[in-house]
Design a binder for this molecule. Structure first.
Ligand code: NZQ
Ligand code: ZN
Length: 385
């Protein structure tokens, strides 16, 4: 196991009815900016619950954060913060709203051009406004991590950053408010969580037995419960388990002390920047192809994954690895998520554009060994057409 630091300061308020507890966690004298998305939080009554919990505080609202949040929209929110002397931010939504809030929190106090936060990966952030979140879509883990991803459609750029200043102070996780999610977003959440775990697990052995055990347990649970959540959307325990897995998948716990891949994510971000494909769907396309392409580098972990996650123990190494990759693809498809680039209107010319954009964003040495080059990415994408 490698050396590591693990410090996660986010207070989790988990369970039914916990939005009411915002009252204890948002300072009574705060001037709060409630940040939300395209209107689902209003329609589902979540915003109503939030307003009721925060009675007595000065509340200002900023809606309209897009899925794959836009840089320009975050700048408008900073103007509202300055105009209203806001002291506290509250994100109410999925990963996009929470990511946008992290960027807004940092950019509001940044001395310089906020775009630099994205080009530096967040390393130049020196402070951020305090913020909490009410999570409505379990998927990204943004509710308990310090990272975020912001898109500028004009620049065809989707760039990630992280900073220790960008952990939420608290996050409310009420599984009941996920009942209103469309099936497409439930499936997206399961696949995004699944791939977060795989990116930190399916690398090479590092004698991190406990991290491997957590990862395998969460993967098996997603395989079991993901399809059930689509069949019985109002089963509380299924929703509760999926919500907590999404958080644990990317809050630093299973990634501590282990090699990490993230190539599927970096390639996937370029696909979304190009044609706005849902984040999780880009991962469902890239991951099976990448597993196959990198089967020699990932040989030992692929066999462990086949056995401990899928119960595949018969046949030669290659037969078991093939079966595990096929099972992964079939799982995504069972959730209603297509796994071929051509399903998302991407052909050979778009692959060239993705390669150009990866190079422009410095993504030329990907994977746990930093050896996946743009040439390798082209091969991986061509195999997923
Ligand atoms: O915008 P509204 O109207 O709120 O509707 C949203 C949106 O259309 C809807 N929704 C959310 N909660 C709902 C709901 N509809 C009904 N009932 C509810 N309870 O769902 C749609 C998608 O929301 P979005 O926030 O975009 O989805 P997700 O949570 O998957 O976030 C995706 C973004 O997170 C980034 C992705 O790249 C993408 O930009 N990621 C962030 C990460 C992080 N911060 O650590 C890691 C991830 O790998 C990922 O890159
Ligand atoms: Zn993701």
């Amino acid at each position: 196991m490698k050396n590591f630091d693990f410090h996660n300061p986010t207070h989790i308020l988990f369970g039914k009815g916990r939005i009411a507890d915002l009252n204890e966690h948002v300072p009574v004298d705060a001037k709060v900016l409630i940040i939300y998305g395209g209107g689902s939080a209003e329609r589902t009554g979540v915003l109503g619950q939030v307003r009721a919990a925060l009675t007595g505080r000065t509340l200002v609202e900023f809606g309209g954060i897009e899925p794959n949040p836009h840089y320009a929209t975050t700048l408008n929110a900073i103007q509202v913060i300055n105009d209203n002397d806001i002291t506290f931010l509250l994100a109410v939504g999925g990963g996009s709203v929470i990511d946008a809030t992290k960027f807004i929190a940092a950019a509001a106090l940044y001395d310089g051009d906020p775009w630099e936060i994205l080009t530096s990966g967040g390393s130049n952030i020196k402070a951020a406004m305090p913020f909490g979140t009410v999570l409505t879509l379990p998927a990204t883990g943004s509710e308990m991590n310090s990272g975020a991803v912001i898109t500028d459609p004009d620049k065809v750029a989707k760039l990630a950053f992280r900073s220790p200043y960008c952990y939420p102070l608290f996050s409310v996780l009420d599984p009941e408010i996920t009942y209103t999610l469309p099936a497409r977003q439930v499936a997206n959440g399961v696949v995004d969580s699944f791939v977060h775990i795989v990116e930190q697990y399916l690398t090479y052995p590092s004698a991190a037995y406990v991290q491997d055990g957590f990862a395998e347990s969460m993967l098996r649970t997603l395989i079991k419960l993901g399809p059930k959540a689509l069949e019985t959307p109002e089963d509380y325990d299924i929703r509760a388990n999926l919500m907590w897995i999404a958080t644990l998948a990317l809050n630093g716990l299973i990634g501590a002390g282990v090699p990490q891949d993230w190539a599927s994510h970096m390639i996937g971000h370029e696909i979304t920047a190009l044609n706005n494909t849902d984040h999780a769907r880009t991962l469902a396309v890239v991951l099976p192809s990448l597993m196959n392409d990198q089967r020699e580098h990932k040989h030992d972990k692929l066999l462990q994954y086949a056995s401990n996650v899928w119960g595949i123990n018969e046949g030669s190494d290659d037969v078991r690895i093939d079966a595990a990759i096929m099972a992964t693809r079939a799982f995504f498809e069972k959730l209603g998520i297509k796994t071929r680039l051509s399903d998302y209107d991407i052909g050979a010319p778009e692959i060239e554009r993705i390669i150009t954009d990866l190079k422009a964003h410095g993504m030329t040495a990907l994977g746990e060994r930093h050896d996946i080059s743009p040439t390798d990415v082209r091969r991986i994408l061509e195999a997923s057409l």
